[in-house]
Design a binder for this molecule. Structure first.
Ligand code: CP3
Length: 366
């Protein structure tokens, strides 16, 4: 084996898993690994009152992207930004209220035509600068992920004016005015293609599409607002020569995830913690890379239940291309030492499997 190849083997296990290898123990990173559970994040965040401006300050964003890498040595980093930067860039009013989550001035049907991709290109430039800065300081063992929200999830925030329990207004618009709704989807597809390509060009190794509100959609709507725009983004990126692996996260899609995986062109599928693991193993293609499934609440709990749950997932996905991660973002109240425990548990998996094999053998010999 040539020297570079063996170095790469050790260095980029996340990329190997993305390429379809069953790496064991698997690579690990966590959704929202940069965030309020870290004291070093809270410290720098306290110096920036406006969250959007914080995300668009490439020095601050690069620093907080690197914080969890320095503290824990994750196998992948994710650029510090937010899915709501696209609506902001397109010209919608977006702000964050402490303790209340994101707020947007709800988009009316007549506002769609005033959304401007040219404006978004100007506004979102700093995200590519963040990627360049992170890249320069990242250890060779760590990959860098760029991301965007998927058109459906971003549209729900734009239309509802924030998070919402059942996205009723957005669903009603999709059924009632399909042409108008699809025009909005097309704007978001175009903006996302530009944004993801810019991140790939700046040095992202992998791209991810967050569809956090993919649950509760009837099949015809799921196909129209989730599969179609996701597939369009991926096709367009490939046409533009973007070769990076692309992770899709259709949270809450349940069995619709099978169609999503087969029809969108994603490289890897991120699964939430509510998906039946045994079913997913059987229903999803064996060569498809799977990511996720640990309940953020069990990471918050820590202790023996965390170890047991980590082992369940490692055993269940053993032999398949798998990336260890949560089923959704880390909860802000999570004690940082639980993340240390989690990483140690994941990385000692093969050792433990070996020890238990030896114990069984010696017991049999006796
Ligand atoms: O470390 C990382 O994962 C990278 C950064 C990242 C953030 N948001 C930073 C952030 C990523 C990947 C996101 C994605 C995102 N943003 C999603 C998709 C993933 C998911 O969680 O479903 C969504 C739906 C959003 C929209 C959004 N941004 C919400 C709902 C909130 C409020 C959450 C809260 O707990 O208050 C945000 C704000 C936000 N984005 C924070 C962070 C670290 C917290 C804000 C703060 O520090 O004050």
């Amino acid at each position: 084996m040539d020297e570079n190849e063996s170095m790469d083997d050790r260095k980029q296990i996340f990329l190997q898993a993305m390429a379809g290898s069953a790496v064991s123990p698997p690579p690990i990173w966590l959704m929202r690994q940069a965030g309020r559970y870290l004291p070093e994040y809270r410290k720098i965040r306290a110096q920036h009152s406006d969250f959007i401006r914080f995300c668009l300050n490439s020095d601050a964003a690069a620093e907080v992207t690197l914080q969890p890498i320095r503290r824990y040595g994750f196998d992948a980093s994710i650029v510090f930004a937010d899915i709501l930067l696209i609506p902001y860039g397109l010209g919608q009013k977006v702000w964050f209220k402490e303790g209340e989550g994101p707020k947007l001035k709800p988009l009316g049907v007549d506002d769609i035509q005033s959304l401007s991709i040219e404006r978004a290109k100007q506004v979102l430039g700093p995200v590519s600068e963040t990627i360049v800065k992170v890249r320069a300081d990242l250890p060779g063992t760590c990959s860098l992920i760029g991301f965007a929200g998927s058109p459906w999830t971003v549209a729900t925030y734009m239309i509802e004016g924030g998070g919402s329990r059942d996205r009723f207004k957005t669903r009603a618009l999709a059924w009632r005015m399909p042409e108008v709704f699809d025009t909005l989807m097309d704007v978001l597809v175009n903006a996302s293609v530009w944004y993801l390509k810019a991140q790939a060009d700046a040095g992202a190794d992998v791209l991810k599409l967050f569809d956090s509100w993919a649950d509760g959609l009837p099949d015809p709507i799921f196909d129209r607002v989730i599969i179609r725009p996701t597939g369009m983004i991926i096709d367009r990126l490939r046409e533009l020569g973007v070769t990076q692996p692309i992770i899709g996260f259709p949270r809450g899609a349940g069995s619709q995830a099978v169609r999503y995986a087969r029809q969108t062109g994603i490289t890897a599928l991120a699964l939430d913690h509510g998906t039946d693991t045994g079913w997913a193993r059987r229903a999803l293609p064996e060569d498809l890379t799977i990511q996720g499934q640990l309940d953020p609440a069990v990471l918050h709990a820590g202790g023996a239940v965390l170890d047991t749950e980590v082992d369940r997932l490692l055993s269940a996905w053993r032999g398949r291309p798998y990336v260890f991660n949560l089923g959704h973002g880390i909860h802000p109240d999570t004690p940082p030492e639980h993340v240390t425990q989690l990483i140690e548990r994941v990385r000692s998996f093969e050792q433990r499997a070996e020890t238990s094999k030896q114990e069984q053998t010696s017991w049999r010999v006796v």
